[in-house]
Design a protein around this ligand. Structure first.
Ligand SMILES: Cc1cc2nc3c(=O)[nH]c(=O)nc-3n(C[C@H](O)[C@H](O)[C@H](O)COP(=O)(O)OP(=O)(O)OC[C@H]3O[C@@H](n4cnc5c(N)ncnc54)[C@H](O)[C@@H]3O)c2cc1C
Length: 79
């Protein structure tokens, strides 16, 4: 199979890049399992990303760590 770009992984990251490139390049997406395997299919709260000019990748990382540690702390206190 010939292509310009081979993308490994059919999650949000891979499919976003594929969509962006598909107009100008012959793109192939390769995944290790079913197309909907992976974390993207589980994200039900909307995808959180750095979109605002007042936000930053460092702040996004901090927010993610704070949210996950609060959720783990709540889980621990509920037994
Ligand atoms: C339960 C759950 C809930 C979530 N909820 C949210 C949410 O509400 N909001 C939010 O913003 N984020 C959420 N997230 C995080 C979010 O889903 C991930 O950050 C995002 O989907 C990552 O996208 P990705 O494309 O990088 O990875 P994935 O979607 O995991 O895609 C990875 C792809 O790579 C493929 N792959 C892996 N290894 C190989 C290999 N060796 N060879 C070939 N292919 C391979 C997989 O099959 C898959 O297709 C959640 C995650 C989980 C697990």
């Amino acid at each position: 199979m010939k292509c310009d770009v081979a993308i490994i992984g059919s999650g949000l990251a891979g499919l976003s890049v594929a969509l962006h490139l598909a107009e100008k390049k012959n793109v192939v997406v390769v995944s290790k399992g079913e197309l909907l395997d992976g974390a993207s299919n589980w994200a039900q709260g909307g995808i959180a990303a750095v979109l605002d000019s007042g936000d930053s990748h460092d702040q996004h990382i901090d927010d993610t760590l704070i949210a996950s540690s609060s959720s783990m702390a709540a889980k621990r206190s509920n037994g």
